[in-house]
Design a protein around this ligand. Structure first.
Ligand code: CA
Ligand code: CA
Ligand code: CA
Ligand code: CA
Length: 280
């Protein structure tokens, strides 16, 4: 009985540790990916076209042979960001389809995910000591404190009570890709959505302007004020002759029309200036 005791103890200890590990790696009650909503992550839904284009330009900078992919040599060996070990970690996390290269979409999506994660997590460092501790995380991560405690255990993979950037990015990156379409599909879908909404905004603009006094048909704010400055005889109206005077004056090459260059060089008439009109 006594001889069995240490063994029983070891088994119990093993079971206890195993249970703790299992619990902390995947707490019961939520599936991977789901804590990102409560954490405030929007992923690609949170970026605009400019942001995507910006990341894309960064991609081009490292894609030295312009084949649309980062090879390990381009990114890890010849890269400049942090150190080779960090670059290898980022490269592997980005290479979603494990083909040994990071495509433009893989790179852009990884930047979206990791930049947002860092913004969210680092903002929780309330005492600004550069570390996000357990208490800080639970206080600031989300209203549900019980869930926050579970999420912290998931992110703090070395169990030291502090979240280090590479440590939490690894887990966060997995959540952000779990059960979702490929980076190519995600980025192109987001771009299409943004382009569509930009087009809709552009096509709704003239309609909106018709409701604005002085807006249509030109739709340029301040245009009415500008044109009134050509009211040379100060009768409160801009007459055809006054405008044709402007055209004659601005028509430098005398071809009877104003090209863009001539239009651009039109200056606001100096008040009290006798406008060159009614030339005979
Ligand atoms: Ca390349
Ligand atoms: Ca890849
Ligand atoms: Ca801190
Ligand atoms: Ca840690």
């Amino acid at each position: 009985m006594n001889a069995l005791h240490p063994l029983t103890h070891s088994i119990l200890l093993f079971l206890a540790l195993h249970a703790t590990c299992a619990k902390s790696i995947r707490p019961e009650g939520f599936k991977p990916g789901t804590p990102l909503g409560p954490l405030g992550a929007k992923m690609e839904a949170g970026v605009d076209l400019q942001k995507i284009e910006g990341y894309s330009r960064f991609f081009d900078f490292t894609d030295k042979n312009n084949d649309g992919r980062h090879s390990k040599v381009e990114y890890v060996d010849n890269g400049k960001y942090l150190n080779p070990q960090s670059r290898a970690g980022i490269f592997n996390a980005s290479d979603n389809d494990r083909d040994g290269c990071v495509s433009r979409a893989e790179y852009v999506l990884n930047r979206i995910i990791t930049d947002e994660a860092k913004t969210i997590v680092q903002a929780m460092d309330a005492n600004k000591d550069g570390k996000v501790e357990r208490t800080e995380f639970i206080k600031h991560a989300m209203p549900d404190k019980k869930l926050a405690a579970q999420v912290f255990v998931d992110l703090d993979t070395d169990r030291n009570g502090i979240l280090h950037i590479p440590e939490y990015l690894k887990v966060w990156g997995k959540w952000a890709r779990y059960d979702r379409p490929s980076p190519e599909k995600r980025i192109s879908a987001r771009k299409a959505e943004l382009e569509k909404s930009n087009q809709e905004k552009a096509s709704s603009r003239p309609t909106d302007l018709t409701k604005r006094p002085g807006g249509p048909p030109f739709g340029r704010s301040g245009l009415a004020d500008h044109l009134m400055q050509y009211d040379a005889n100060k009768n409160g109206k801009v007459e055809l002759e006054e405008l044709s005077g402007l055209i004659r004056d601005a028509d430098r090459n005398k071809d009877g029309a104003l090209d863009r260059k001539e239009l651009n060089s039109i200056r606001v008439p100096i008040s009290n200036r006798k406008f060159p009109l009614r030339r005979k």
